[in-house]
Design a binder for this molecule. Structure first.
Ligand SMILES: Cc1ncc(COP(=O)(O)O)c(C=O)c1O
Length: 369
């Protein structure tokens, strides 16, 4: 089976993890790897602070909490995203309000934002889906006009550029995942980056059970969202390789573009002139199709040993969200169509041209008959 992703962990990552363990950096409270990874990754993003946590999910939850969002508040989120984006809102007792996608980049449609804003709207979480950045200058302008806090969900877009600036350097806080299939990985892990000193301090406090003095008396209800030292040690080695990994992701995307572009009925991923797409996953959409057509194609690809995944089920179709008390029904026709007709292909950064040709031929043959 050609998998949808394959983490590439070298002897240097293994040596760095072993060295961190030997130094006793087995928890999240001591050692040098965590502060080094935090400052290294924040610097890479062009942002002042990094706060390392256990996952992209907990990064988002912490950011929403630090923003002071809670019961009675609404937060706009991209409709086409991982459920973690919306759960960060609902786990803070607020209501996620999905914003439909646009057809070119599959990111949230910036022209649909303002109509969803109510007096209860406190923030917006744009997601840079599959590695293509949202056009952040326009989003920031809308957010400023309506006094919304912006939390970027960069789980899929490490190193992506928007007008030459890194995804994650626009919003008040930006959240990354280092799960095994992400651009860089620490196994499990995540980080929030922010220029805001108060948010950074609050998140450092909350991720560590809000320990203050005296040690065992707490003003705030915190969490244990600490990353371990040896995960951070792996992250430091991965960070050295990030631009090479992104180059490889772009090489794979170029190969797919070359070998898939002649196949009718297939819409390939875009790259806007102002964007650098890091192609976290190489996703495509079947034009003029429906879920039965897409699913039949994926079954044929599985039979050929090619793993795929469908697009995300949109947030307006998630029972765990729509049953929330206070949830507002919204329609997201574009995201719903993407869920029915989109899928992504094997996207490991070490994929070979032979594998891409094999996949392209399998798609072409499957669509023919
Ligand atoms: C857009 C998005 N947000 C959040 C997450 C959650 O990250 P994690 O799996 O590290 O919790 C993911 C994970 O795939 C994601 O794709």
């Amino acid at each position: 089976m050609i998998p949808v992703f394959e983490p590439v962990i070298g002897e240097d990552e293994i040596a760095a993890v072993a060295a961190a363990v030997r130094r006793g950096e087995i928890s999240g409270s001591f050692g040098r790897s965590i502060p080094e990874f935090e400052s290294g990754f924040a610097t890479y993003c062009g942002v002042k602070h990094g706060i390392a946590v256990t996952s992209g999910t907990t990064a988002l939850q912490l950011a929403v909490r630090a923003a002071g969002i809670g019961a009675g508040d609404e937060v706009l989120v991209s409709a086409c995203t991982n459920i973690a984006t919306a759960l960060a809102v609902s786990h803070n007792n607020a209501i996620p309000v999905p914003v439909d996608s646009e057809n070119l980049t599959w990111n949230l449609d910036l022209d649909q934002i303002e109509k969803s804003i109510t007096p209860a709207t406190k923030a917006i979480i744009p997601v840079h889906v599959y590695g293509h950045p949202v056009y952040m200058p326009k989003l920031m302008k809308i957010a400023k006009k309506h006094n919304l806090i912006v939390i970027e969900d960069c789980a899929e877009a490490h190193g992506a550029l928007c007008d030459g600036k890194k995804a994650g350097s626009f919003g008040e806080m930006s959240c990354f995942s280092f799960y095994a299939n992400k651009i860089i990985t620490t196994g499990e892990g995540g980080m929030i980056v922010t220029d805001n000193d108060a948010y950074a301090e609050k998140m450092r406090l909350l991720r560590n059970l809000a320990f203050t003095t005296p040690r065992f008396r707490y003003e705030e209800a915190g969490y244990n969202y600490r990353m371990t030292g040896y995960q951070a040690a792996m992250g430091l080695v991965q960070l050295e390789k990030i631009e090479k990994i992104i180059d490889d992701k772009r090489r794979v995307a170029k190969l797919y573009n070359k070998h898939l572009s002649g196949i009718p009925g297939l819409k390939l991923p875009a790259e806007e002139t102002w964007a650098k797409n890091v192609y976290w996953m190489y996703a495509v959409v079947l034009i003029d199709s429906h879920s039965a057509g897409r699913d039949a194609l994926l079954t044929k690809l599985t039979a050929k040993g090619i793993e795929t995944r469908t697009f995300f089920c949109p947030m307006n179709r998630q029972p765990c969200l729509t049953k929330l008390s206070g949830y507002r029904q919204v329609s997201c026709p574009v995201a719903e169509k993407l869920w029915e007709t989109g899928f992504y292909l094997p996207s490991a950064h070490n994929l070979t041209e032979e594998e891409v040709i094999y996949i392209a031929e399998a798609i072409e043959n499957a669509l023919k008959g």
